[in-house]
Design a protein around this ligand. Sequence first.
Ligand code: PNS
Length: 161
Amino acid sequence: MTRAICPGSFDPPTVGHLDVFGRAAALFDEVTVAVLVNPSKTGMFDIPERLELLEAVTSGWRNIRIDSFSGLLVDYCANRGITTIVKGLRGVADFDYEIQMAQMNRKLTGVDTLFLPTAPEHAFVSSSLVKLVASEGGDVSAFLPPVVLAALASRLPPGTS
Ligand code: PNS
């Protein structure tokens, strides 16, 4: 059985994340989407909310499971027989950061990283930009799965989404 992981903050999950999850699910027998628990960083959505949103947006894939983790990603992978980390790359800025983590992770335990180029129509979509635009009243409906859009709208003051 081939096992991969899509790790991230997912605060909140976007259509770009969803595209990568689906492509990973077509390549591997089992894909874990795992939310990093970072106690020093509070997000817009807490961890249980993010897990709930991820469960909802991935319910159409039978081979995607949702989890959270803390500590080193490589330890989580080693404990669960996960051999490959799958990451979406939007461009060179992502690459500069991601290549270092990929090389460090491979050096630590041998876990490899597979980079998937994001679909061009999602190249500029990030959770942080979506939150920024939404908080100023911009229309972010093209960038979020409907269930996430609804959750975000309920979080913002009336009139801002
Ligand atoms: O969505 P993000 O915030 O870009 O995701 C980053 C994430 C969670 C994939 C990365 O920070 C990570 O793997 N953190 C776990 C801790 C760890 O293993 N750090 C060492 C990386 S070399």
